[in-house]
Design a protein around this ligand. Structure first.
Ligand code: SAM
Length: 271
């Protein structure tokens, strides 16, 4: 449509902009399966996806779980909705897969629990005969574990994002008696917990040393088919983690899947 602006020697052409499914908009978030408003594009968290069936990210079940996680009182970014739907969805899928396997759930790097709280909602974890172990300092990344070239990044993250969130996170998981918060530094805190088998392992500590230590610690406890989600694996600013995980994978002779979300996925093969 062409519009002339009176009094000015100006006119402009209005075109219909290509419609983007921005999942953060509530009216779109609640588009149910079968709805005429079902969307096929998605933009968020560095991803642009077009012409795909996105029912899984528009279901009421997903929406409820995503909201439960993203509403935890985190200070990542500017707080609020980080638009990380696809990353959360990957973890929900991995956790649901792990439900049918023997073994507990573990997350190393929890902060306020965006991802784990979403999982608890999605799979109704209170009714699941497993434990969910959540390991964190609940007070930020230990600078003492940072290599010299990680220090600046750790300082900056601790200053901007992390605070003591233990009490908040305890409240967040209070409805789930089978979720255990384990406060302290990974890997020091791992061995004291009664974890024999693991089916779902999420690692998100933004630091090489504890991430590889956790991978080493849990690898032999992962059951065949057990899944590892590495949150930072393919983020451009996290090359140290990427290379350390690749070296781990090479030692164990397993491939790492690079997801466009930035996550890395490893499946535990039958031994
Ligand atoms: C990006 S946040 C985790 C976000 C979380 N996965 C979520 O879903 O909201 C990283 C967390 O790792 C924790 N962390 C980093 N290094 C750690 C270590 N060695 N031991 C325990 N926690 C650690 C920090 O305290 C911080 O809370």
């Amino acid at each position: 449509m062409r519009i002339a602006i009176p009094g000015l020697n100006l006119s402009m052409t209005l075109t219909r902009a290509p419609f983007r499914f921005e999942l953060a908009r509530p009216r779109q978030l609640h588009a149910g399966a079968g709805s005429a408003t079902r969307q096929t594009n998605y933009t968020g968290d560095g991803l642009t996806v077009e012409s795909r069936i996105l029912d899984a990210l528009q279901s009421d079940r997903f929406t409820s779980a995503y909201s439960a996680g993203i509403q935890t009182p985190h200070k990542i970014g500017v707080g609020g909705d980080l638009r990380i739907h696809w990353r959360v969805y990957t973890c929900l899928w991995a956790a649901e897969h792990a439900l049918s396997l023997p073994g507990d759930f573990v997350e190393c790097g929890v902060n306020t629990g965006i991802i784990s709280r979403a999982i608890c909602d999605y799979v109704n974890f209170a009714s699941v005969p497993k434990q969910f172990f959540l390991f964190d300092t609940f007070a930020g990344i230990p600078e003492s574990q940072a290599a010299p070239d990680e220090r600046e990044h750790v300082r900056s993250k601790n200053a901007r994002i992390y605070r003591d969130c233990y009490e908040d996170t305890k409240r967040t998981f209070a409805p789930f008696p089978n979720v255990r918060l384990v406060r302290g530094m990974v890997p020091d805190t791992l061995a004291a917990q009664p974890i024999e088998k693991v089916s779902y392992l999420s690692i998100d500590m933004n630091l090489v040393f504890p991430e590889i230590a956790a991978l080493e610690f849990f690898w032999d406890r992962l059951v065949p088919g057990g899944i590892v989600v590495l949150d930072d694996y393919a983020f451009a600013g996290h090359r140290h983690q990427h290379e350390a995980v690749d070296a781990f994978a090479l030692r164990r002779n397993v491939p790492v899947y690079t997801s466009p979300t930035g996550q890395g996925l490893i499946l535990r093969p039958p031994s």
